[in-house]
Design a protein around this ligand. Structure first.
Ligand SMILES: [Zn+2]
Length: 257
C-alpha cells in the first residue's frame, strides 16, 4: 500500500514532525491497567447511586455513602500500574514533543508513569489524593481509608473541613485553572491526539476540537465509535485497542527521529 494513504505511516510522520502535541486520554487508556470503565455496562453506576457534591457537603449520610463507594475501589486504584500507553506519553514528553496531556481518568497513572505536573491536567481529579473541601490541603488517602474502614465515620481535616477523594463529583464544577491550561494548550498545539475516549463527555471533549479548529491535524485512536467520528475536524482515526496501537507507533516515530 502507498504509505501516503496508510494512516499508521501518516501518524508516525505527524509524531515526528510535531513539537507541541496535545494529548487527550480517556477510560480506554486505563482498561489496560485493569481499571474498569465505570460508565460501561459492568460499571459501578449500574449498582450504586452517585453522590452529588451538594449532598456530600450537606449530609453525613451522603458522605458515608461516598466514602463507602470510594473504599470499594481503593485497593484496585492503589495497586494499578501504568501500561505501555502511559509510558509512551511519558516518552513523548522526554523527547520534548508534549505540550500538554489532558486526561479524563482519575487513576493518577499518567503521573505515576512520569508525566510531569506542569504537562498534566487531570480534568476530573485523582483518586490518589484526598482533598479538604475547606482549606484544600491534599494528602495521602491510605490513612483516611483505614480510619473509615474501622470507624465508618467520614474523615475530617485538622481544620474541621470535610475530606473527600480529590476527584470531581457529580454536580461539582471542574477546576477553572485546569480548563484554562487546556484551552491555552489547544490554541498553541501543532498536533492533537485523542486516545481511548468515547469523546462524549463535555466540556472535556471540546478540548481536542478547539485545537483541531485552529487547523492542526486531529487523530482519534479508539476501539468503538466516538462522538467525533463524523466531524470534519478529525483528520483520520485508527480503530482498535489503544494499548496495542499507540505505543509501537510512538516507538517507531522516536527511534528514527
Ligand atoms: Zn482543611
Amino acid at each position: 500500500m502507498d504509505s501516503e494513504f496508510n494512516p499508521r505511516e501518516r501518524f508516525i510522520r505527524f509524531l515526528r514532525t510535531s513539537q507541541r502535541i496535545l494529548i487527550f486520554t480517556g477510560a480506554g487508556v486505563s482498561t489496560g491497567s485493569g481499571i474498569p470503565d465505570f460508565r460501561g455496562p459492568q460499571g459501578v453506576w449500574t449498582r450504586r447511586q452517585p453522590v452529588y457534591y451538594d449532598d456530600f457537603m450537606r449530609s453525613e449520610e451522603a458522605r458515608i455513602e461516598h466514602w463507602d463507594y470510594k473504599l470499594e475501589g481503593w485497593s484496585a486504584f492503589r495497586q494499578a500500574r501504568p501500561n505501555a500507553v502511559h509510558e509512551a506519553v511519558a516518552d513523548l514528553e522526554r523527547a520534548g514533543k508534549l505540550l500538554l496531556l489532558v486526561t479524563q481518568n482519575i487513576d493518577g497513572l499518567h503521573a505515576r508513569a512520569g508525566t510531569s505536573p506542569e504537562r498534566l491536567v487531570e480534568l476530573h481529579g485523582t483518586n490518589l489524593l484526598v482533598e479538604c473541601q475547606a482549606c484544600h490541603r491534599r494528602s495521602d488517602p491510605e490513612p483516611h481509608f483505614e480510619s473509615f474502614r474501622q470507624t465508618r465515620r467520614p474523615p475530617c481535616c485538622e481544620c474541621g473541613g470535610f475530606l473527600k477523594p480529590a476527584t470531581i463529583s457529580f454536580g461539582q464544577t471542574l477546576v477553572p485553572g485546569d480548563l484554562d491550561r487546556a484551552s491555552e494548550a489547544a490554541a498553541a498545539a501543532d498536533l492533537v491526539i485523542a486516545l481511548g475516549s468515547s469523546l462524549s463527555v463535555y466540556p472535556a471533549a471540546s478540548i481536542p476540537l478547539v485545537a483541531a479548529r485552529c487547523g492542526v491535524p486531529y487523530v482519534v485512536i479508539n476501539r468503538g465509535p466516538t462522538g467525533h467520528d463524523d466531524l470534519p475536524e478529525v483528520t483520520f482515526r485508527l480503530e482498535g485497542d489503544v494499548t496495542e496501537l499507540f505505543p509501537p507507533l510512538v516507538r517507531a516515530a522516536l527511534v528514527d527521529a
